[in-house]
Write a protein that binds this ligand. Sequence first.
Ligand code: FES
Ligand code: FES
Length: 186
Amino acid sequence: MKKLPHGQHTVALRLNGIERTAECEPRTLLSDFLRYRLGATGVHVGCEHGVCGACTVTIDGIAQRSCLTLAVTTEGRDVKTVESLATADKQLSALQASFRRHHALQCGFCTPGILMSCTDFLGRVPQPSETEVREMLSGHLCRCTGYTNIVTAILEAAAAPDVAVRPEGTVRPEGTFQKSDTRSDV
Ligand code: FES
Ligand code: FES
């Protein structure tokens, strides 16, 4: 990270596998940095208080609230947004396809954040129980679906052999999931 004379900083990070650099103020939130400086508009901003989970991205493989993260703290780190999930030839990942198949979204505002939490979660808990899925989802607010179809979609994706659900670098020992991992205090 480099401090510039006019109070801005340059922040260099790896976004969805590509090295990116842009300027921002020290106070700039990662959510704003991703959307307005780097064009990752799949990052949705709802509450801006760490409550709704819509802004969730992964940082070094861990799901985190981008609205509670200062962009300057991500210097040199690996950040992934929902745009990272589809394959290079624009095929949906198994997780995304399962969401579509089970109508696990309506307006879709909450969906990118949920998908990113799921990516982290399924990397650590490859075969979760329904209770574990619901616990993970407790870090996300969806005003449309009633959650039932989301749970069904996640459980089906977890049962699928498609490794696209578990991108490289997110695999951690089974059973290490903690409820707090998807909440605002991480
Ligand atoms: Fe709601 Fe970040 S925008 S948790
Ligand atoms: Fe509308 Fe979740 S699908 S908020």
